[in-house]
Design a protein around this ligand. Sequence first.
Ligand SMILES: [Zn+2]
Length: 243
Amino acid sequence: MQITNVKCPSGKYGLKCPYEMVAEEIAVHNTANDASAMSEVSYMLGNNSSTSFHVAVDDYRVVTGIPFNRNAFHAGDGRNGRGNRKAISIEICYSKSGDERFNEAEDLAASYIAMLLKERNWGVDKVKKHQDYSKKYCPHRTLDLGWERFLNKIRRHLDYQAIPVQDNNNEGGSLEMAKKYVNGSTPEPVFADTGLSKKIGALDPRETAEYLSIDNDRPLVRYKVNGTNTYKCGYVRWKGGCK
Ligand SMILES: [Zn+2]
């Protein structure tokens, strides 16, 4: 991941990021523009508007503009709003046209956000949309495509290897949304990604599991690691097992 740090000139702190900040969450935006991350940051730091943001991400690079220990004005919730005073703001580029570049920018943003969450020991519940702070429909294209889908991209980066959940027999466990998945007569490989490029395990013939959702036409299954109460999640090719 290529991260380029562009320094906000200290003479512009009063305009762009006047307050010290201890971040408590992450705010996701779409630029509604077709400019690169470096262009977005250069333009933001160069103009005389108070509007600002911490990071822009395009299809190959993460560019920071405002340090994370300063606030930025991105959320439209006022000078003392939670978004403007407590959130690290991430702009995802190329959302105007929304072509392949946008998909790649979203993927890179998901991976970068997962890194920020891990560094801070935060869960995905710390990831907010601009819309959560004010009425603006932003991140517009990410919302059009599905917010939960974007959070799932982050979750995949966070930890797909072993997601411990409460025992299935324990009432009040977290499995009530799950539906049944029954494997066929051959072993079914389980992958970290819907592109089925990274194998992380396999279901035995006739093994029963749960499936949580279908993303990009691939069932996301949660299955027990042999002889333990630990579960793993991953994607399988075969949809016939979804019951
Ligand atoms: Zn926004």
